[in-house]
Design a protein around this ligand. Structure first.
Ligand SMILES: O=C(O)CCC(=O)C(=O)O
Length: 268
């Protein structure tokens, strides 16, 4: 991979996101950036797997979360992650989509299920918190943004462009909800596969119809950011935020300050 800086056209990215619900930038990170991130992420993943062996080997496990928390990583490694997340390079992309005080929510790590026969499945993230009628409303509001940074080359994601703003058609609904004999792992004629390599970044709406594609050595670091106007601060775990001494070492900690401000408001 060549080390170079990538120019971004924020207006263009904003237009792409508004229309399709996602954008992808190839070779956005150079080798040094990926290697330093990979070192920390792989360490977390090894420790997490050891500690969660039963869950990891169960049918369901395909991700972990709270990567920036203090359970598995040292303060130094956590600071590496906090700096990576809040770097100008990352915030430039976030700002092209969220103009109102973007706030840090959480991080997740997506890996291949232990059971190689387990199939990837279509969903909208909001379906785990809301019934059908409320999901229809939720997709009209502010949505959580996922910034997916693949740690290794992977098959990537399959997305249904435009579904961040529109409701499912009949085929999509039957598959996602497993109705009328359909399974959530069935193919969708509207799906678009986005292959990703280490160094790329995919930015997408958590509430659009999507699925992760299992295969290769996938280990995808997802950063979750929300609009301060959205009702999401309850989802933030305090232990995943930088402490005061870490904040002092982060060049621009606004994305964390915005979360802390919402938390303080909630407490008063
Ligand atoms: O990669 C996956 O397995 C699923 C990803 C996903 O659902 C998400 O990022 O919200």
């Amino acid at each position: 991979m060549v080390s170079k800086s990538v120019e971004v056209d924020s207006e263009q990215l904003s237009k792409q996101y508004q229309k399709h619900g996602y954008f992808v930038i190839k070779d956005y990170f150079n080798q040094a950036e990926i290697l330093s991130l990979r070192k920390v992420i792989v360490k977390f993943h090894q420790l997490w797997k050891q500690d969660n062996l039963d869950f990891y080997q169960s049918q369901e496990a395909f991700n972990s979360s709270l990567i920036t928390g203090s359970q598995y990583l040292s303060a130094e490694d956590r600071l590496t992650l906090f700096k990576f997340i809040s770097a100008k390079k990352m915030m430039r992309l976030v700002d092209s989509v969220i103009t109102n005080k973007p706030a840090f929510m959480n991080t997740q790590l997506f890996f291949n299920p232990f059971n190689i026969n387990q199939k990837d499945f279509w969903h909208r993230d909001c379906q785990y918190d809301f019934d059908i009628e409320d999901q229809k409303k939720v997709i009209q509001g502010t949505q959580v943004l996922h910034l997916r940074v693949p740690i290794f080359d992977e098959l990537g994601m399959e997305l249904v462009p435009g579904t961040h703003q529109r409701w499912d058609n009949e085929e999509e609904y039957n598959v996602r909800q497993e109705e009328n004999g359909k399974l959530s792992s069935d193919e969708l004629s509207t799906g678009k596969k986005i292959k990703l390599a280490a160094g790329d970044i995919l930015v997408f709406s958590a509430d659009m119809i999507h699925r992760g594609l299992y295969g290769l050595d996938r280990l995808a670091f997802d950063i979750l950011i929300f609009d301060s106007a959205g009702n999401y601060v309850d989802y933030v775990d305090n232990d995943c935020l930088p402490d005061i001494s870490m904040l002092a070492e982060i060049p621009d900690p606004s994305v964390y300050f915005n979360t802390l401000q919402l938390k303080a408001k909630l407490a008063n």
